[in-house]
Design a protein around this ligand. Structure first.
Ligand SMILES: [Zn+2]
Length: 260
């Protein structure tokens, strides 16, 4: 039983023939948890939330097992606590591996993605590609692409918190200048992927990614200018940044420390 007040894992809903999505309440807005099901293997993307009681993670595993009994592999798009909360529980309860980027600092990871993309075969032409497109939301973000031989151009890309829908991007551990470039790379994959699943918020299309990139470029330009103009009080730029005050402050702080 999940006790009263503990976050409930929503039932998985179907995004495509092979891809499912669930949500669970997390620190701020609900976290998306992805599930890709092949005949030989299933991949669970970002099982969270942070520090929940085991019953919550058991509930998540139960929901997965209602849909598949294939070998389960976990992928963490980055190391933030809300995205990796269930990793240890899932490892202790049969998950075969936990993949993350080598710079993500995911202590529960068993396998690391470095420069080269890693492809996991799920059976019958279904595959999942784990790839680091450059720094952005954190130092070690992965995107997780779902492709099928017979459905070219209609893949689904899990973007972690590199993409965020409904609320401002989170800049706390970010590399804003590189993030703009990484968003450009995500957008350029729109020939392969038709749908982009953010870490938080609703799935989006390539146009959304392009507009997020434009806004971030603008935020970067305005902040950088403000830092140059008024070294001691760049926070004057906050009202004209395209984000709320807290995230604008984080953006300026990160740009100050970032000489990239
Ligand atoms: Zn995050």
């Amino acid at each position: 039983m999940v006790s009263v007040g503990a976050p409930a894992v929503e039932p998985f809903t179907r995004l495509s023939e092979d891809v499912w999505l669930s949500r669970v309440a997390s620190e701020d807005t609900p976290l998306n948890i992805g599930l890709v099901i092949g005949p030989d293997r299933a991949v669970l993307v970002d099982p969270g939330p942070t520090d929940a009681e085991d019953a919550v993670y058991a509930n998540l595993l139960e929901r997965v097992r209602e849909l598949t009994d294939a070998e389960l592999v976990v992928v963490s798009t980055h190391g933030h606590a809300d995205h990796i909360g269930a990793n240890a529980y899932l490892r202790a309860h049969g998950a075969a591996a936990v993949w993350a980027h080598c710079d993500a600092g995911v202590g529960t990871a068993t396998d690391l993605v470095e420069e080269e993309p890693v492809t996991l075969e799920l059976g019958q032409g279904l595959s999942v590609v784990l790839e680091h497109l450059g720094r952005g939301h954190t130092e070690g973000d992965l995107v997780v692409g779902v492709q099928r031989e017979d459905r070219q151009g209609r893949g689904i890309l899990f973007c972690g918190d590199l993409v965020r829908e409904g609320t401002d991007p989170r800049f706390r551990d970010s590399y804003p200048k590189e993030w703009v470039r990484t968003l450009g790379r995500i957008w350029s994959m729109s020939g392969t992927y038709a749908k982009f699943v953010p870490g938080h918020g609703r799935p989006v299309d390539a146009e959304f990614v392009a507009s997020m990139r434009r806004r971030m470029q603008q935020g970067h330009n305005v902040s950088s200018q403000a830092i140059r103009d008024s070294v001691n009080d760049a926070t004057k730029a906050i009202p004209i940044l395209p984000y709320g005050p807290d995230e604008s402050r984080e953006l300026i702080t990160r740009l100050r420390g970032d000489d990239s």
